[in-house]
Design a protein around this ligand. Structure first.
Ligand code: ASP
Ligand code: MG
Length: 405
């Protein structure tokens, strides 16, 4: 018998009507003869509401108590969903993370799952029940409640799928799949039928906020087929799987834009050993993550060093670089917050030459100046002025033949 894990996000269970609709969808799968384990999020807005409540008491609540509080959101939805299923004539059993022993480490608010005791769930499935598990939470070895970080219910679902060796992990959400780019920017964006874990990880980290990144890493590690689907309409969604299973062998799968970064430059630094670490060491020590890095060829023994950081770290990075400037006797610190990183992603580029030149030509035809470039095996990113975000995405989307015909 097939076993399917279904995860429903906050908007999908945001009201009593929607919880009833979720129950109907679960039942329609059950009627097809599938075993179903459901993982749910808190009702939409609930985790934010709880966080705000804690903030009203203290700015720095202890992680342990915050987890006790936040985990209540999901406990509400598992109970309501089971009641809805029972009211419709099916037997269902709800479990908190601790009850099915989703064992995590002890890092409160961003715990990692270590193991799941699947025996209890298997027994319930064997008895014909629908099992409903609270997403986003677990328990550590001392019995403390933990939570997995925002969006963590996706990871709960994948972990359940891995532990129970499910046939598929279905993530029901408010979009009907993963798109070639943001449809709000490019109305001609297409839903992808399938995408590899690798591509999804790149797209997610570049700003396509469909899934918690951690859940895709987990799915890749345990080779769990994941599918993103709409909980509001029927459809095939997008299958996220390993390379061997994807049918579409296209060059580029998606175009992303990320405006979370800012660019900083240290001009006129000596071109000698130890300079890169002298610049980036203090930045790393401050806990600031660096993304793209460029060092120029030197002219007259000095060079320019440019890198990007999260926009929230922009001011602090500049302050750090001012100090480094004096130490290295560099010329000046410059920066620009109004940038956007545009990327094209696709495993197909491994076997297609000329992706970069095609990308650069398309941008230059529109008069868009490229400030920085970085590449990886399945991704090319460029930094351009922020005002070109929409034009850039649209241009690349059509240049790589992704527009819906
Ligand atoms: N309720 C949690 C959140 O809002 C977990 C989740 O929905 O995945 O982040
Ligand atoms: Mg979510």
């Amino acid at each position: 018998m097939t076993l399917v894990i279904q995860k429903y996000g906050g908007t999908s269970v945001g009201t009593v009507e929607r919880i009833n609709a979720v129950a109907d969808r679960v039942i329609s799968h059950k009627k097809k003869g599938q075993n179903i384990v459901v993982a749910v999020s808190a009702m939409s807005g609930e985790t934010n509401r709880l966080t705000a409540l804690a903030q009203q008491i203290t700015e720095q609540p202890r992680g342990r108590e915050l987890d006790v509080l936040l985990s209540t959101g999901e406990q509400v939805t598992i109970a309501l969903l089971c009641m809805a299923l029972e009211a419709k004539g099916y037997t269902a059993k709800s479990y908190t993370g601790g009850q099915v022993r989703i064992l995590t480490n002890s890092v409160h608010n961003k715990a990692r799952i270590l193991s799941i005791d699947e025996q209890k769930i298997k027994r319930d499935l064997g008895d014909g029940h629908i099992v409903v598990v609270a997403g986003f939470q677990g328990v550590d070895e001392h019995g403390n409640i933990t939570t997995l970080g925002r969006g963590g219910s996706d990871t709960t679902a994948v972990a359940l799928a891995a532990a129970l060796k499910a046939d598929e992990c279905q993530i029901y959400t408010d979009v009907d799949g993963v798109y070639t780019t943001d449809p709000r920017i490019v109305p001609a964006a297409r839903r992808l039928k399938s995408i590899t874990y690798e591509e999804m990880l790149e797209m997610a980290s570049l700003g396509a906020k469909v899934l918690q990144i951690r859940s895709v890493e987990f799915a890749q590690k345990y080779n769990v087929p994941m599918r993103v689907l709409s909980s509001f309409e029927d459809g095939e969604g997008t299958l996220i799987t390993s390379e061997d299973n994807t049918m579409e062998q296209v060059m580029i799968s998606g175009v992303t834009a990320n405006r979370d970064e800012a660019k900083v430059t240290l001009q006129g630094v000596p071109d000698e050993p130890g300079v890169a670490v002298a610049i980036l060491g203090p930045v790393a020590d401050a806990g600031i993550e660096v993304d793209m890095i460029i060092q120029n060829v030197s002219a007259d023994g000095t060079t320019d060093f440019t890198f990007t950081v999260n926009r929230n770290d922009y001011i602090q990075t500049q302050t750090i670089l001012e100090k480094v400037k004096h130490r290295l006797n560099a010329r000046s610190v410059d920066g620009d917050e109004k940038i956007v990183k545009l990327s094209v992603v696709g495993i197909g580029m491994r076997s297609h030459a000329g992706v970069a030149s095609k990308m650069f030509k398309a941008l230059s035809d529109e008069g868009i100046n490229i400030q920085m470039i970085s590449t990886s095996e399945i991704k090319i990113s460029v930094v351009v002025e922020e005002k070109y975000l929409e034009l850039g995405v649209r241009t690349l989307h059509s240049a790589f033949g992704l527009d819906e015909s």
